[in-house]
Design a protein around this ligand. Sequence first.
Ligand code: IMP
Length: 179
Amino acid sequence: MELRLAGLTFEPFIAAADIAARVDTIARKLSADYKGTVPVLIGVLNGSFLFFADIVKQLDIPCEITFTKLASYHGGTQSTMKIREDIELNAAIQGRDVLVIEDIVDTGNTAHYLLEKLRLKQPASLKMCSLLLKPAALLKPVEELKYVGFEIGNEFVVGYGLDYQELGRNLKDIYKKVG
Ligand code: IMP
């Protein structure tokens, strides 16, 4: 069923059951890949809050969690390429295995900004996991992006953490903009 958010129309795109199945697969892979380590998982707020929670609940390895808050869309449906850092990361990550958990990699601008900052803190390893990736929008490859839930086209999506003008984050399914 279509829905309206702040004047835009959205239609169903990825169902909650498909998201859950993919989360399950990724969490199993992370548990295997990080076995024997205690990684620091960094959630990028606000968009990753549901994905982050669903992933960490299913990990069967010890891990630490922390958050940073970055914004780049500022209420529209296209990246402004200007990043605003609302909550700075203060975890000590030197010598640690670090996994950044994102909602979506679009142009890759936010990912590059954050990964560059983290690299300077000299973690033992640095990887990224994103629920969604828009390969056609990517301006340069993000080498640390090792785990991706779904590759999608250049559509604007909401739901399961993602918003349009701060609306739609609470939806269980992911919807895409019509037209
Ligand atoms: P990037 O810096 O262009 O890769 O954009 C990353 C950020 O833009 C994400 O963390 C989201 O907050 C936001 N974003 C990108 N695409 C979408 C979308 O389709 N819906 C909602 N937010 C998006």
